[in-house]
Design a protein. Structure first.
Lengths: 218, 635
């Protein structure tokens, strides 16, 4: 592995090829906040709270620290005014979904985010995808997935798989940075639906064509 | 059908096809593109067949359905060859007259010709019509000459000669050199130089490489790629095979959105025909070069037009963008080097090879070479597809080609680049159409959608429309895009509903800044419609927020309809036609709109006779109190 020299917040850092900015920063004790990152899982780059500024050929650029690979001579700034402002807005947007998440509250304090800036949206989920990816990558069960797109995107347990796999596992619950309740809630809904009924209400796949269990409870 | 296994055999086959074409034989070409089909082209073609049969002319006159020539406003379009007469808005009932007059007696049916609205003079040929005269149709002009389902037609106009030239007279490096010299930039959005992707991919050590056509055209109002792939599928296929040869790829994909069924049908047919004749498959034209290609139908997600999302979808997974810190040209589909170019980009390749890079760069500007196709839609006289050299001004496109704004209305803005682009105002209309100039103005070339707006369009509402579109079309993976769009939409909806607050413009700008941290180009560019309208039409935002007034009189919740008591003649038109029964009327009584019941549909304004002009729209001011009952009588 070849050594790569770069600069993070003014500190000279020696990293190895294949490392991300996040890894390199950690190696010299610079902490970059993360929400969707997990050591055991493939890098995802979804929450963007790890956004940092890098200089590429003299141009400043915003990149996700958890996925951007280290490059020779890279100049990284993890706490510029712009970065802090962006993290604040992202936190405020996520707090609209999960105002009581301990992780979010701690970060909000650090970045001066106002938990009540945006209108509350009753969903808890901040789409970090930890549950979805853990179930797919580690457990290889795909019992929970994302459904729909854009602002309507949400996590959903697939009743046919969840009914068989989830009761004895539930390893995704503690991963959730907002509230494990959400996962349990959705799961309970999925299991309460008898398979035949679930089938008649939808096609049984992860598309949101029907039989959405959360609707019953809501 | 025998496979052609040498360039000589191809030329023989071409000669044979050309020799069978009698240039003096009459040919009726009817545009069978999506626009003309929607306005009845299929019935027109059927009527021609019946009519020719009736006159016993079936063998003496050819009839064909061709690709879209672009003048969609006046479809169905019929061209009569060899004279090249251009008839517009042809209906099945016009067909007997065309056959008896034009085909049999060689006379022109005047009323079906283009008539200049200003001078009243009629144009006989396509080239005499201002819409066409002011274009440079390097690519689109082939459409009307081809039956889009006939490979022979494509061969007759020189099809696959560029491929033959490349395989037998050029090394991959020479092909790359020619494309580099032409400075062909990607026509799908960003304008990234095509050769850079090609070169990066070629130089990647991985022996498995892919070339891909992006035909997932999804911008509202854009249909350039649709017309090309439906009308001239072989040209795109030929471009793709040439690209594969240059890059060293042996497999390709054509990613077409399923909402374009005719495009899917025609490109599949083209691939089948090309395989039968040996342009696709093993040992193409006996050169030893192998290439196969598959068509992949998109499932209707706008985001799949983004390169990494398209590639994820090709792999059979949900179409979500992934970080491109390593270019897809190096690590794309299944982590193999993948060159993705848009339909129009590929369509340019055979022409560059045949006519040379110098010919190509003779069109356009130094930084943006060649021509560009735009779909000109919205409040414009000549809706359709236009192809112009890069560097012409927006004003020329809108006035000379587009024929200006209909109905005597005033131009307000033109939206370029789809949901990632921005709105350009009157003051910037002399801007040349060029990748870099449009970006500087806060918009972008995008794939070529051009939506013209007149004075009746509210710019805040347009921003809201695009953000609403993106709310459903963002993939939802990353926070800045998903949540930023959600919050932006809330603010814009509030402003257009008359509930805007001081600080809303600044909030929009702050949200836009945070979206700079989005994962893909779609998310990063999503705020453009908002930022460009704030930049050029800030006064409209302020009027909505401060004065609760929509200056364009368009936002429903901020306008009211009022009948001017001095002008109302009690004709009863509005009274009878109001669907909400919100109008109090009566014989010789001044009519009054009940504001509580009014749904603001605008029927009263439409039906009030223009000689009275009593109904008006108001915004930002209180509705005058209704006339007291005792003063309603009209003497």
């Amino acid at each position: 592995m070849s050594e790569i020299n770069l600069q993070i917040d003014g500190k000279e850092v020696v990293a190895t090829e294949g490392m991300t900015i996040l890894d390199a920063a950690k190696s010299v004790g610079i902490s970059i906040p993360t929400l969707c990152h997990h050591e055991k899982l493939e890098p995802y780059g979804g929450c963007r709270i790890c956004t940092v500024e890098v200089e590429v050929r003299g141009w400043p650029k915003l990149v996700a620290g958890c996925i951007y690979p280290v490059e020779k001579g890279l100049v990284v700034r993890t706490r510029t005014e712009k970065v802090d402002k962006i993290r604040k807005v992202l936190l405020e947007e996520m707090l609209a979904h999960a105002p009581d998440s301990e992780e979010l509250k701690a970060l909000a304090q650090e970045y001066g985010a106002d938990r009540d800036r945006f209108e509350k949206h009753p969903s808890f989920c901040i789409h970090c995808g930890l549950c979805v990816r853990y179930c797919a990558e580690i457990k290889k069960k795909n019992a929970v997935g994302f459904v729909d797109r854009g602002s309507n995107r949400e996590i959903s347990f697939i009743p046919e798989i969840a009914a068989k796999e989830c009761w004895d596992c539930k390893e995704c619950f503690p991963l959730c940075p907002t509230s494990a309740l959400q996962a349990a809630y959705v799961l309970a809904g999925a299991l309460m639906t008898p398979p035949e009924e679930a089938h008649s209400g939808g096609c049984g796949c992860s598309c949101s064509c029907g039989s959405a269990p959360e609707k019953q409870a809501g | 059908m025998t496979r052609l296994n040498s360039p000589e055999k191809l030329e023989c086959a071409r000669k044979d096809i050309v020799s069978r074409i009698d240039p003096t034989k009459p040919c009726i070409s009817v545009c069978a593109g999506a626009g003309c089909l929607a306005s009845g082209a299929a019935e027109v073609i059927a009527a021609f067949k019946t009519e020719l049969d009736f006159h016993g002319l079936t063998t003496e006159v050819n009839t064909k359905g061709t690709g879209c020539p672009g003048f969609c406003e006046r479809g169905p379009i019929v061209m009569i060859y060899p004279e090249g007469i251009c008839y517009l808005k042809v209906k099945p009932e016009d067909v007997p007259e065309i056959v008896s007059h034009t085909i049999k007696e060689k006379k022109v049916v005047d009323r079906l010709l283009y008539e200049d609205p200003a001078t009243g003079t009629r144009a006989l040929r396509e080239s005499d019509i201002p819409f066409y005269k002011n274009q440079q149709r390097n690519i689109l002009s082939e459409n009307i000459r081809l039956d889009s389902k006939s490979m022979d037609d494509y061969l007759a106009i020189g099809g696959y000669s560029a491929l033959s030239k490349v395989l037998f007279q050029m090394t991959p490096e020479e092909v790359m050199g020619e494309i580099k010299k032409s400075n062909l930039r990607g026509r799908g959005g960003g304008g990234f130089p095509a050769w850079r992707k090609w070169e990066e991919s070629r130089n990647a050590p991985d022996p498995i490489k892919y070339v891909i056509v992006n035909a997932d055209e999804g911008d509202p109002g854009a249909f350039m790629d649709r017309a090309l792939i439906e009308g001239n599928p072989h040209s795109i296929l030929e471009g793709l095979i040439i690209g594969a040869y240059a890059v060293g790829a042996h497999e390709g994909f054509i990613y077409v959105r399923q909402e374009y069924p005719l495009a899917v049908e025609n490109i599949n047919l083209a691939i089948r025909q090309a395989s039968e004749r040996g342009f696709v498959g093993k040992d193409i034209l006996g050169s030893g070069f192998d290439f196969t290609v598959k068509v992949h139908m998109g499932a209707g997600a706008f985001v799949c037009g983004e390169s990494s999302a398209l590639m994820t979808a090709l792999e059979g997974r949900a179409g979500e963008p992934r970080p491109k810190y390593i270019h897809t040209a190096v690590k794309g589909v299944w982590d193999h080097p993948s060159v993705l170019n848009n339909v129009e980009t590929w369509a340019n390749v055979p022409q560059i090879i045949n006519k040379g890079a110098d010919w190509f760069t003779s069109f356009g500007t130094a930084g943006s070479t060649g021509t560009k196709i735009f779909s000109l839609v919205g409040k414009i006289t000549n809706t359709g597809l236009v192809e112009v050299p890069m560097g012409v001004t927006l004003r020329d496109i809108i006035t000379k080609v587009g024929g200006g704004i209909p109905g005597g209305k005033k131009f307000k803005a033109v939206q370029t680049g789809g949901p990632s682009g921005g709105c350009i105002p009157e003051a910037q209309l002399d801007l040349p159409v060029d990748f870099d100039e449009l970006t500087k103005a806060g918009s972008m070339m995008g794939s070529g959608g051009m939506i013209v707006m007149d004075e009746d369009t509210c710019m805040v509402d347009i921003a809201r429309y695009f953000i609403d579109f993106l709310k459903d079309e963002s993939c939802g993976k990353c926070t800045p895009c998903r949540e930023g769009i959600r919050q932006m939409l809330a603010v814009l909806t509030r402003i257009t509903a008359g509930k805007g607050k001081e600080g809303d413009i600044e909030l929009l700008e702050e949200l836009a800044e945070s979206m700079g941290a989005a994962l893909c180009a779609l998310g990063k560019s999503a705020p453009n419609p908002v930022l460009s309208t704030i930049r050029y039409f800030r006064d409209e935002y302020e009027a909505h927020i401060r004065d609760k007034k929509c200056p364009a009189l368009s936002c429903k919740e901020m306008i009211a309809f009022h009948i001017d008591p001095a002008k109302c003649k009690a004709c009863g038109s509005c009274f009878r036609q109001c669907p909400a029964e919100a109008i109090h009327g009566g014989k010789k009584l001044i009519h009054i709109i009940d504001q509580e019941k009014c749904t603001k549909c605008g029927t009263c304004l439409d039906v009030c006779p223009s000689r009275f002009g009593a109904v008006r729209k108001i915004s930002g001011e209180p509705v005058p109190a209704p006339v007291p009952e005792d003063k309603r009588a009209i003497a």
